[in-house]
Design a protein around this ligand. Sequence first.
Ligand code: FE
Length: 129
Amino acid sequence: MKDDEHWRERLSPEEFHVCREKGTERAFTGEYWDCKEQGVYLCRCCGEPLFDSGTKYDSGSGWPSFYQPADAEVIEEARDTTHGMVRVEVMCKKCGAHLGHVFEDGPAPTGLRYCINSLSLRLDKDATG
Ligand code: FE
């Protein structure tokens, strides 16, 4: 796993805060919450393909929302009890980047809502899932 110094050199302060310090961008402010373009959403830190645009939906939350990851193997989950809530944090398994959280109020077919920060993602419009 790369250290903080590695990522500080490569990420903007905002990206670093969200991806490496488990921050959260303000709702309805990110690059992708309302994005309907096709492609594959990559980890902004390491480029791993994380979510396909075909599984993205409008959750009304103000954050990009997906009902499943591109591959179950690319996501790591952890119990998060900060901010007085019990949530399930999701991270990039390859580089440990904080992505967001997963909730059980999503649409069919999974019933899951992966609520992800735009700052943790980079849309590759040329890729297909
Ligand atoms: Fe990553």
